[in-house]
Write a protein of this length. Sequence first.
Length: 253
Amino acid sequence: MGILDLFRLDGRVALVTGASSGLGVVFAQALAEAGADVVLAARRAARLAETAALVENAGRRQLVVRTDVARPEDCRQAAAAAMAEFGRIDILVNNAGIGTAVPASRETPEQFRQVIEINLNGSYWMAQACGAVMRPGSCIVNISSVLGLATAGLPQAAYSASKAGLIGLTRDLAQQWTGRKGIRVNAIAPGFFESEMTDQYAPGYLEAMTTRILAGRPGDPRELAATLVWLASGAAGYVTGQTIVVDGGFTIT
């Protein structure tokens, strides 16, 4: 087997949450292009048709499962559906998430809790559901954010707290499951990439943030997807409990 063969995902099954839009679509397509069949999970199931077509165009099978990750029972149902269709789950990508930009003095309990319920708790419930059926050699990749490590000028206490929590969750699940269950657990902390969230930023915000990015530009979603494929593949077989920052140098400025 050559080095490049280590990056292939042939014969594996990936479950991607938040697969109906933005980076979730890019992740699902990249995993399929690397050889994986893909379970597509999202609250907006009607919007998964485009993602499903991309997976099929890559020559792989897909399964659409309506899933609200904030509901543990939905997470268990998604894992059960994947097992019924494919008989295995090798890769979980905890990508589902929402963001808010509300000053801490005005953020309501409901607004704060909703972000935590989806971004952090939802990742935990899905990891529990998939971890129960994953075989040794499987992996989980949590999508955190540079805002779990730094600030970026907006009032994002709930979002930042949820993404920092994901980094801690990643470490702890890795130390619980890597040795005992053979499941690697890592996180990616993306910087600024085009997504539904960046579409909500005020005019000029991204341009202002670019001055803090050493690479001088936002990231190409394919660069992030390539990091995901690496972490999900045998090429990263000795990597666990880590948060891989993909931000063009934003967090070191």
